[in-house]
Write a protein that binds this ligand. Structure first.
Ligand code: PLP
Length: 448
């Protein structure tokens, strides 16, 4: 039976971000989950060390979330949001606005983080057209940034490995440097921040008249290797966007919903974006809902008689799906009743201490953490920060070893990703870090 399913998966499936030759060698089929663990079809259990790709909040099979979906199912599963709304989509909109930075008053739903960014880009573009400044058509994006995999989101992304091949398909965007303190010349966070802000200001000074918006991940670049931006950087970007009349699009898809110890990571810096994308944790990791937040000012630029053709002509079949919105509402209720962001902030201090001991390993070069978002960069030599040769796929080998030891995650190159569900307890965090330690040690020993 088990074997049959594996054969089927190899015969018909094509998995995202996966070299299928790797999958065929090490197949895995998950059948169930409970709390912060998942179980495969052979009954082997694994810690969900990456929250099923950065989504999960309260663990799997959280009773309240299961019940919210069942309750909604008794009424209706889906009706459209084109020209009308539904009950949970409406209730959720109010909740979402309550949670967000004050200036964000409107929400536009979609089904994935990439779409929520795509929508933010199109809104920014059309905003300037609608208010009579159509010359503002270009974007600034951050080097090493990631915003999802649709063509628009890829155009403002800048991870060579994923994005290079699609070059001819993309619209052009100006790229600004990102403050990567570990890889900076001096390693001084203030200096690194100031240099990057100065470079951004130069870019804005020269080109702001044709620039519609700037896109940036909120405080941490996720897929780019868990680059935590130095204090003051995001706030500095906000100031420059305001000064040069460029809309600021903040991508909270990975960082939003408590992941960094605040509801949204931009709160660490008191930043109010003009547009904000969120997804991942919004339904606790249950169903595909995403949201683009915007200000009343941007909303008003689209609000007019139909004949003015200022309508935002964009939407998806499943936009505002009732089941998804119902579970998102319950997820937010749990955030409040269980004080999730405060809990994460508190536990992440403990986690910092637990992670310290990984530095005793020969090949752990840098540990970057904001809340429950952790990247552990493995290097060939600590003193020189020299990376391992890419063809050794050290990060990938470590993740396979971790799987053997009972924990799932996916590395970004040689950065080991640790994104546990937000409800993980101190003991569970310790157990997971111990598995990472053993796996890193075993794989990198002898890799001198
Ligand atoms: C995951 C992610 C996205 C894309 O979200 P999907 O739901 O996978 O389309 C966009 N931006 C960031 C920062 C992400 O981490």
């Amino acid at each position: 039976m088990t074997h049959e399913l594996i054969e089927k998966s190899k015969k018909h499936l094509w998995l995202p971000f996966t070299q299928m030759k790797d999958y065929d060698k090490d197949p895995l089929i998950i059948e169930s989950g409970q709390g912060i663990k998942v179980k495969d079809i052979d009954g082997k259990e694994y810690y969900d060390g990456f929250s099923s790709v950065w989504l999960n909040v309260h663990g799997h099979r959280k009773k309240e979330l299961d019940d919210a979906i069942i309750k909604q199912l008794d009424k209706i599963a889906h009706s459209t949001l084109l020209g009308m709304t539904n009950v949970p989509a409406t209730e959720l909109a109010e909740k979402l606005v309550e949670l967000s930075p004050d200036n964000l008053t409107r929400v536009f739903y979609s089904d994935s983080g990439a779409e929520s960014m795509e929508i933010a880009l199109k809104m920014a573009f059309q905003y300037w057209k609608n208010i009579g400044r159509p010359e503002k058509q270009k974007f600034i994006s951050m080097r090493n940034g990631y915003h999802g995999d649709t063509v628009g989101a890829v155009s403002v992304g800048a991870i060579d490995l994923f994005h290079h091949v699609y070059g001819p398909l993309m619209f052009e965007s100006y790229k600004a440097p990102i403050p990567n303190v570990y890889r900076s010349e001096t390693g001084d966070p203030d200096r690194c921040r100031d240099e990057c802000l100065a470079a951004l200001e130069q870019l804005l000074k020269e080109n702001h008249e044709e620039i519609a918006a700037l896109s940036i991940e909120s405080n941490v670049q996720g897929a780019g290797g868990f680059i935590v931006m130095p204090e003051g950087y995001l706030a500095g970007v906000r100031e420059l966007c305001t000064k040069y009349e460029v809309l600021m699009i903040v991508d909270e898809v990975a960082t939003g919903f408590g992941r960094t110890g605040k509801m949204f990571a931009c709160e660490h810096e008191g930043v109010q974006p003009d547009l904000m994308a969120a997804g991942k944790g919004i339904t606790g990791g249950y169903l595909p809902i995403a949201v683009t937040y915007t200000t009343e000012e941007i909303y008003q630029a689209f609000y007019d008689d139909y004949q003015s053709l200022k309508t935002f002509f964009h939407g998806h079949s499943y936009t505002g799906n009732q089941l998804g919105c119902a579970v998102a509402i319950e997820n937010i209720r749990l955030f409040e009743s269980e004080n999730i962001p405060e809990q994460v902030a508190k536990k992440s201090e403990e986690l910092k201490g637990i992670l310290e001991e990984l530095y005793t390993l020969t090949h752990v070069g840098d540990i970057r953490q904001l809340g429950f978002m952790v990247g552990i960069e493995l290097v060939q030599a600590k003193e020189t920060k020299e990376p391992f040769p890419a063809e050794k796929r050290v990060g990938y080998q470590v993740s396979l070893k971790m799987r053997e030891l009972g924990m799932l995650t996916r590395p970004m190159g040689d950065v080991i990703v640790f994104m546990p569900p937000l409800v993980s307890t101190a003991d569970e965090l310790k157990a997971m870090v111990a598995i990472m330690k053993e796996a890193i040690d075993e794989v990198t020993t002898g890799e001198l």
